[in-house]
Structures are given as C-alpha cells and as structure tokens.
Design a protein around this ligand. Structure first.
Ligand SMILES: Nc1ncnc2c1ncn2[C@@H]1O[C@H](COP(=O)(O)OP(=O)(O)O)[C@@H](O)[C@H]1O
Ligand SMILES: [Mg+2]
Length: 307
C-alpha cells in the first residue's frame, strides 16, 4: 500500500559534508544539506517528511538508503550531475566556512523551480525553503495555503543585499535568519533591535536563531517577543545543521498549533537532536518520550522580551 503524501516538506538539496573542526579533526562524508537537516526536524516533530531537491548520480548507496527509509523521497530528483560535496570548516567562535568541492553547483541550489511543471506533494500543509530571495515568490505561488518558512541562504545576507532580502519577505509566513547573518544584514549586534527591524521590514513571523543563546520569535504587530532557550544536551557533538533542523521543527509546530511560542519550542527541541550527532541526526529509539521531556523543558524556559 502506498504511503500517504507527507504534510510537511523540506525544499533544499542533499549535500555530502566533509567537516573540519577548529582543532583539525575531521568527519568525512556525512549526510548534510539544509533541506535534509530540515526534513529531520520535521521527523523529530513526528511527521513523515518529504524531501524536495536534487541528488547527484554518485550519492553513496548507504546514504541513499538512509534517505529512502527516513523520508518520502518522491520529491527528490536524481540528476546525472556529480553529487555536491562541501568542506564545512569551523572556527573556534562557531563561524562556518563552506567550500564546495564540485564544479557544478547551481542546479542544486535552484531546482526544482517552483514554476516547473511537476512539484511533488501539492497538498502539503507546511514547507521549509532554503533558497535565495528570488525564489520565494515562486514557491508561494505553488503552495498558496501552506505555512511557508523561508530560511535565507547565508551567501547573500550582507547589507548590500538588502533589496534582495526585502524581495523575498512578503511571500513567506515565517522568516528565520541566524543571528550572525542578521547582524551583518542590519549592521547591529543587538538581537532585540534586529527583531524590531525584521518586523518593520515586513516579516510576518520572525524566528531569529541565536545558537547557544536559543532563539527569539515574534509576529508583526506584537509588542513582545518570546525567548526560547537552547535545550540542554549531554554533549554537543556537532552544531552543523542545527538551524535547519530548528526550521523543520518550527514549521510543523506552527502548522499544527498556530501558537508562536510553542512553534519556537518545537524548533528548539528538534535542533537539540541535531546537536548530538555528526551531520544529520539519527532518529533516536526513544524519540517520543525524549521529545515530550525536552518540550517540557523548552516551555518551562519561555520568557517574554519587550520589543
Ligand atoms: N552551541 C549551541 N549550544 C546549545 N544549543 C545550540 C547551539 N547551537 C545551536 N543550538 C540550538 O539550535 C538552534 C538553532 O541553531 P543556530 O545556531 O541558532 O542556527 P544555525 O545552524 O543557523 O547557526 C538554537 O536556537 C539552539 O536551540
Ligand atoms: Mg549556529
């Protein structure tokens, strides 16, 4: 019997990461890619996720098997291009530099186009989109009713790209930048000021991800934001993809409950699972009970912050 079409989908390609830590240790050939991490965030929130993007011809067989068992992969296009691999080089302050190891990158970053003929899962309730601003309108048109979370790609989050950033904003229900990138875009270090500026720029719901400082979420018109603490995990093994995983969790929380603080808690809890693994997190055997426990921790830590 065919599985029902998933309600939540992650748009973004599969990337194989070769991770270099600041002390010189490496983790080679791990499953990565913003879309993949986001899809795990949806899985942690209890959904079967659909993955929409490109995969290369030489994707290792074990990774392909893993994708096919953990997700609905009907939305993945298997291209004849070499699989994208990237060095993820971390610095002590958490800065990450991504260096791609293949010559052909662009199709993985833009396809499938939202106005292409066939997009999988037309009835999705929510999606995460890791794309440059020019592509947000097209995905909105494809999914007029779904909760659309746009995670701006790092590469263009410079103040000089402000006009481009603004172009993507009106089409997303939720915009989730990371603090370092938003600081560059708005030229201020102050996270509350960044929240004000995001909302003034027309963001409907802002979810500002701040690493170990947790996240801030607010809606347009609100006079306060919610601060969601980072969840305590026994050991932080690798922060790669925590933000994407947060986004996957967030869009499920928002799609189900339409409660902002709760959606932020979904994001933080999803991200916490990502921190415990190199590359994409494994689905823990005790997911349901751990999810409940961590949700209780997140909710207990919620604080209001005046805007
Ligand atoms: N170093 C960290 N310690 C604790 N929690 C973290 C850490 N890094 C990320 N997280 C958790 O993951 C969430 C998203 O990660 P974040 O670092 O904000 O995004 P990105 O992956 O874009 O850098 C955070 O809001 C927090 O809950
Ligand atoms: Mg981070």
């Amino acid at each position: 019997m065919a599985m029902p079409s998933p309600d939540y989908i992650a748009v973004g390609s599969v990337i194989i990461d070769d991770i270099v830590y600041p002390d010189g240790r490496t983790s080679m050939a791990v499953l990565g890619g913003g879309g993949t991490h986001a899809a795990y965030g949806m899985v942690f929130a209890g959904e079967r996720a659909g993955l929409v993007g490109l995969a290369g011809r030489d994707l290792p067989a074990d990774i392909r098997q893993r994708l096919e068992s953990d997700f609905d992969t009907a939305g993945l296009a298997w291209t004849n291009l070499p699989q994208v691999r990237a060095w993820q080089i971390f610095e002590w302050d958490g800065t990450r530099n991504e260096v791609f190891r293949v010559a052909v990158l662009e199709p993985f970053m833009i396809e499938p186009l939202a106005d292409g003929d066939a997009v999988a899962y037309p009835s999705a309730a929510g999606l995460t989109l890791l794309r440059e601003p020019e592509y947000v309108a097209g995905w909105r048109a494809r999914y007029p009713e779904a909760a659309l979370l746009w995670e701006p790609t790092r590469a263009f989050m410079l103040s000089a790209d402000r006009e481009r950033f603004l172009q993507g904003l009106p089409h997303a229900d939720i915009v989730s930048p990371n603090l370092l990138e938003a600081q560059t875009m708005y030229d201020t270090a102050d996270e509350v000021e960044i929240m004000r500026r995001l909302l003034a720029d027309g963001v409907k719901i802002a979810a500002l991800r701040m690493g170990e400082l947790g996240s801030l979420v607010a809606r347009s018109g609100d006079e306060r934001a919610w601060h969601i603490p980072a969840i305590d995990v026994a050991e932080i093994v690798d922060v790669t993809g925590a933000g994407n995983t947060y986004c996957g969790g967030f869009v499920v929380g928002w799609g189900r409950k339409r409660d902002l603080a709760l959606a932020g808690c979904y994001g933080a809890v999803a991200a916490s699972f990502a921190l415990e693994h190199v590359g994409c997190a494994r689905i823990p055997a005790n997911l349901a009970t751990e999810w409940q426990r961590r949700m209780a921790e997140a909710r207990a830590g919620l604080r209001e912050v005046p805007l």
